[in-house]
Design a protein around this ligand. Structure first.
Ligand SMILES: *Cc1c(COP(=O)(O)O)cnc(C)c1O
Length: 368
């Protein structure tokens, strides 16, 4: 398997270090972590690292991933973090322990299905604080739903309230937003007359509140995906110095299939490319370029890849080819050579979903 390409190398030891680091930092602030595993398509070898860690839940937006994990013997409580479809309510209660919700109709169905299989299913009710993806709009709607779950749905357990920020609306998880969340949760608590187990303050984009030590005390659960597996958002976009996080858990490796000296500007009348776009090319004369046997079908966006060989530049990609300028490459490039790439969160999702890509697990600890 190791000799087949394209492949993605996954360093399980580094993944485990990253999980442990984020869980430790959050725990020091009395915040539990739900490890979000959708970013690598729920690969079970990776999820075992979470299962053996101190995180509280294993979470995904995809029910099929959670179903597979349960079948593979993953022991931690499973959390469905995309609000469930009405049509999957039965499976949600069968497979998972907790789900995030924002529709009464779906909650009724979850309650019914939980009753049918004799289970108690836990619920976090989502409030939308302005990011405009899922969640009840305004605390009145949230409180009404909470009362309904608490009083009328005997197979559901209202575990808490949560929010999601920094997704569709790119809204910052500020202290004010977190305080707004706590305020809504406390209104729910007054209405139902008891304390909620969880107040879930969001995803990786809420980690700055932990690092800045200004997360409101009552927020006690975060759902962390990208911050564990890549940490690009915190380290590169926000500029936090987290040198203890491994930035190279996942690496793409692809094979050189052609090397030629060619013009930089296509020769002939330019119409549109294979994706219907009319491209513009600059003429830099004849340069050495290479083709790799990996393409957009595998990773979607060539601009999200960074070559690990100095001097190599990505010129573009078609469905099954990646085109590189290697005129200034610092390493020797030859037919059959393997070129490595640093990847982003979205490339990891695509690569781990592509049937063409071999997944190769490394455990550097055993080599160290
Ligand atoms: C994907 C997702 C997360 C995790 O997001 P990251 O940015 O990867 O940390 C958390 N909560 C919900 C509801 C999600 O859909």
């Amino acid at each position: 398997m190791k000799d087949r390409y394209p492949r993605i190398d996954v360093d399980l030891g580094k993944l485990r270090d990253n999980i442990d680091n984020i869980v430790r930092i959050c725990r020091a602030h009395k915040v539990e972590v739900a490890g979000v595993i959708k970013g690598f398509s729920g690969l079970v070898e990776c999820v075992r690292q979470y299962d053996d860690s101190e995180c509280s839940f294993i979470a995904s937006s995809r029910l099929d991933q959670l179903r597979n994990l349960k079948a593979q013997g993953i022991r931690k409580p499973l959390m469905m973090i995309r609000i469930p479809m009405l049509s999957e309510a039965k499976e949600v209660v069968e497979v998972t322990d907790m789900s995030l919700n924002s529709e009464i109709e779906v909650l009724r169905e979850l309650d019914h299905q939980a009753g049918m299989c004799g289970k108690k299913h836990k619920i976090l009710l989502m409030i939308d604080l302005g990011d405009l993806r899922e969640g009840f709009w305004g605390s009145k709607e949230l409180i009404d739903a909470a009362l309904c779950v608490e009083n009328d749905m005997e197979n559901l357990e209202l575990s808490g309230v949560g929010t999601n920020l920094g997704c569709y609306g790119a809204i910052d998880a500020t202290v004010e937003k977190m305080e707004e969340l706590v305020k809504a949760a406390e209104q729910v608590e007054r209405a139902i007359g008891r304390r909620l187990r969880y107040i879930s303050g969001g995803a990786t984009t809420s980690l700055p509140r932990i690092l800045e030590n200004d997360m409101p005390k009552r927020v006690n659960l975060l759902r962390i995906g990208e911050g564990i597996i890549l940490s690009q958002h915190m380290c590169e976009f926000l500029g936090y110095d987290m040198e203890y996080m491994h930035r190279d858990v996942f690496t793409l490796k692809a094979e050189v299939i052609e090397i030629k000296d060619k013009p930089t500007k296509p020769v002939g009348k330019i119409v549109c490319d294979c994706f219907g776009r009319v491209p513009v090319y600059e003429d830099h004369g004849i340069r050495k370029r290479t083709l790799l046997g990996v393409g957009r079908v595998d990773y979607a966006f060539p601009e999200d890849l960074t070559p690990l060989t100095d001097g190599v530049k990505i010129l573009g990609a078609s469905s099954d080819h990646t085109i590189l300028d290697i005129e200034d490459a610092k390493d020797d490039v030859f037919i059959g050579a393997i070129i490595g790439f640093k990847v982003t969160y979205s490339t990891i999702v695509y690569l781990t979903n592509s049937r063409n890509v071999v997944i190769n697990y490394l455990d550097v600890r055993s080599q160290a």
